[in-house]
Design a protein around this ligand. Sequence first.
Ligand SMILES: C[S@@+](CC[C@H](N)C(=O)[O-])C[C@H]1O[C@@H](n2cnc3c(N)ncnc32)[C@H](O)[C@@H]1O
Length: 256
Amino acid sequence: MHKDFFKMAKMAKDRGIRVMIISNGSAFSQSVIRQLCETEVAYVSISIDSYDEKTFADSRIEGKLGKIWQGIRSLRDYRDSNGFSFPKIAIKGTLFENTKDQLPGIVDEAQENGVEIFESFQPLNPMLNYIQIYPKEKLGELNKIEVIQQKIDQDSQYANEKLKSFKEFCNEENIELYPATNINHLAKNCNETWIYSLLSGDITPCCQVKLSPSPNWNIFENNIDKILMDPEYENMRFNLWNGIFPKYCAGCWKTR
Ligand SMILES: C[S@@+](CC[C@H](N)C(=O)[O-])C[C@H]1O[C@@H](n2cnc3c(N)ncnc32)[C@H](O)[C@@H]1O
């Protein structure tokens, strides 16, 4: 949706950076497909939250599942018949009480439509900053998260046998997705080493934090190295690593 997405992807590519994206898959026009291949976006993960047209349409507000599968097939066809190796195509998604048994079915259909990689599925996110924006009628789902997570764990084994696992893909491509950090054996902690930028340019430590913890961490105003060396930034990382969690982490599984 970002009008300069392909410009940014090319800038990254020219610097030897691999680009990986998550998409709802609803806008795979021929032109988008061609540019995804030409800019060598390494990986496109498409959210498929149900194999049932109606359930999908309900959760995606007029989402058309048939169109998403068609887009995936077109991407795969164009890539393969024009000699491109990328993007590799993955699925991910969120399951609810009414869809918790659908993972194997989604995987089967995904494979038939040309998907190659299984990324991961998740239950609804119980973080405080998310709960605040959920519709009231969805809040009951939060009591079912553990059961849904168990079912996802079980069915993910099937998924990883049928499709290539995300880890395998990263290993093959030499993408160091989870850089080795020293694991803290003493406390529940968070060893995320990522840097996330919001559209505003504000930096957050995790994609699930939607407000920057500091006004000084904006990549349009400050050099990224300067932000990373800000003592406040280092302090935040130190605290996360030691399990001293700020309010915005409340509800995250890493804190529980
Ligand atoms: C980074 S997000 C969304 C990325 C992309 N824009 C999309 O719509 O799929 C990753 C996951 O969040 C889930 N998701 C997206 N919208 C959601 C919503 N309104 N409620 C719950 N989960 C949602 C999807 O399953 C998706 O795979």
